[in-house]
Design a protein around this ligand. Structure first.
Ligand code: ATP
Ligand code: MG
Length: 429
């Protein structure tokens, strides 16, 4: 049997990793600028955590979770990060330790859905969660954090879509109105929607089926059902976004796939990518009742998550993986011994160094140095008898001899000055 990766799960090879590292570093930087600190939770959680928080009639819980039993526990590989973070927040009684917590996370999520471009079964999300602040200013600042991040990483075009779901009784009143609206046209809805209609008619609005979309066109708008406090929150959010100059569109059909949201909902979609229905880069919203539902105090919360693969697919390629600063080419047994020591000396000085242990002819080794995109090659051959090595600048195509004593320091200085000029491997990192 030929062994291959599981469908929908991808290897990320070292060549691609430069772009990942950059994206992750930019995200950490932006999150930390806003006062967020990283949390890491386990990949496995009790299945009940997701069924209780995400909701039984959501796509994720109904058909996408990787669930199994082990040692008598019903477990699920996390399909998203919000539920796990909320579980940790409650478990560690964070509300008693600090009035407001700002957490971010980065890592793989697992959903057994149909793979497509920008839709995988293992994919990476980066997200933020803010606990303890019910006000609309933090909703606006969170959307601004995302928008600033997208600009910083060079997403060429994106649009923020927002909506409000109201809270408390709003959902119930709206649910009844939707049910009354959809029931007469039940036959025209997708199978999933027909099945879920009584339990959760909001799902129809969120459906990707063309029939459901068409049926939704004349549906009542949620904004007409929200109460005064919800309306005030909503106005506060729009006002703050206007103050910040964030470009947004109010989108009454936006309900999103998870059950836990209250009030503010948002999505950021690419306007330039060719990802089709995978053009949603980021989704989030407020979930003021989840912490209490999970057994915690009444702590309001808001969060978002974005798909890293979709972000990478939306930004221009940029630089490829950088090669080593120095490539050691030993041409004799003595050269090999000296190369081992020189490699250690160079690395101690911060020079990324690779030794060609395969040996062979000079030409073969130099061609490998070129293929590795090295900056400098250091030839260790007969010249060692005179106490020197040859340093070859592979970009400038110049060669010179250096006394082996002190060679590491000189090479390190060269590498450093090229880094300062932004030319070397490290400069591209
Ligand atoms: P979609 O509508 O595209 O299925 P979703 O509503 O299920 O997205 P969320 O659960 O809100 O997505 O996740 C937040 C973000 O994570 C999405 O906007 C997307 O960028 C990314 N994402 C979600 N599912 C996948 C997946 N299967 N593969 C890659 N990225 C994903
Ligand atoms: Mg989905």
């Amino acid at each position: 049997m030929e062994l291959r990766a599981v469908r929908g799960m991808n290897d990320i090879l070292p060549d691609e990793m430069v772009r990942w590292h950059r994206l992750e570093a930019a995200f950490r930087h932006q999150a930390e600028l806003h006062g967020y600190a990283e949390v890491r939770t386990p990949l496995l959680e009790h299945t009940a955590l997701f069924t209780r928080s995400i909701g039984e009639t959501t796509d994720v819980v109904e058909k996408e979770m990787y669930s199994f039993e082990r040692h008598g526990d019903a477990l699920t590989v996390r399909p998203e990060g919000t539920a796990s973070a909320a579980r940790a927040y409650v478990e560690h009684q964070m509300h008693a330790k600090e009035p407001i917590s700002r957490w971010y996370y980065l890592g793989p999520m697992f959903r057994g859905e149909r793979p497509a471009k920008g839709r995988y079964r293992q994919f990476y999300q980066a997200g933020c969660e803010l606990y303890g602040d019910p006000g609309p200013l933090c909703d606006a600042e969170m959307i601004d954090l995302i928008s600033g991040f997208f600009k910083a990483i060079g997403i060429p075009g994106f649009k923020v879509h927002i909506n409000t779901l109201g809270s408390g009784g709003t959902r119930e009143r709206y649910r009844d109105a939707l049910l009354a609206y959809f029931t007469p046209m039940r036959d025209k809805l997708s199978e999933d929607s027909q099945r879920r209609l009584e339990k959760n008619p909001l799902r129809v609005l969120d459906s990707k089926s063309a029939a459901d979309r068409e049926a939704s066109l004349g549906a009542p708008a949620l904004i007409d059902f929200i109460d005064d406090a919800d309306r005030e929150h909503w106005k506060g959010l729009l006002g703050a976004l206007d103050t910040l100059g964030v470009d947004y569109a109010v989108d009454p059909t936006l309900v999103r796939g998870l059950d836990y949201y209250t009030r503010t909902l948002f999505e950021v979609r690419s306007t330039t990518s060719d990802l089709g229905s995978q053009n949603t880069l980021c989704g989030g919203g407020r979930y003021d009742t989840m912490i209490e539902q999970l057994g915690g105090q009444k702590v309001p919360a808001i969060g978002f998550a974005m798909g890293m693969e979709r972000l990478l697919a939306s930004i221009p390629e940029g630089a490829k993986k950088a090669g080593p600063d120095a490539y050691l080419v030993p041409l004799t047994p003595k050269g090999a011994e000296r190369g081992l020591i020189l490699g250690r000396e160079l690395r101690a000085l911060g020079v990324v160094t690779e030794l060609d242990g395969r040996g062979g002819k000079l030409k073969a080794m130099m061609s490998r140095a070129e293929k590795r995109a090295a900056r400098f090659a250091v030839l260790l051959g007969d010249e060692l008898d005179r106490g020197v090595v040859s340093l070859k600048d592979l970009a400038a195509r110049q060669q010179e001899e250096l006394a082996i004593e002190g060679a590491a320091r000189i090479i390190a200085d060269r590498v450093q000055s090229q880094r300062d000029a932004g030319l070397s491997a490290e400069g591209a990192r």
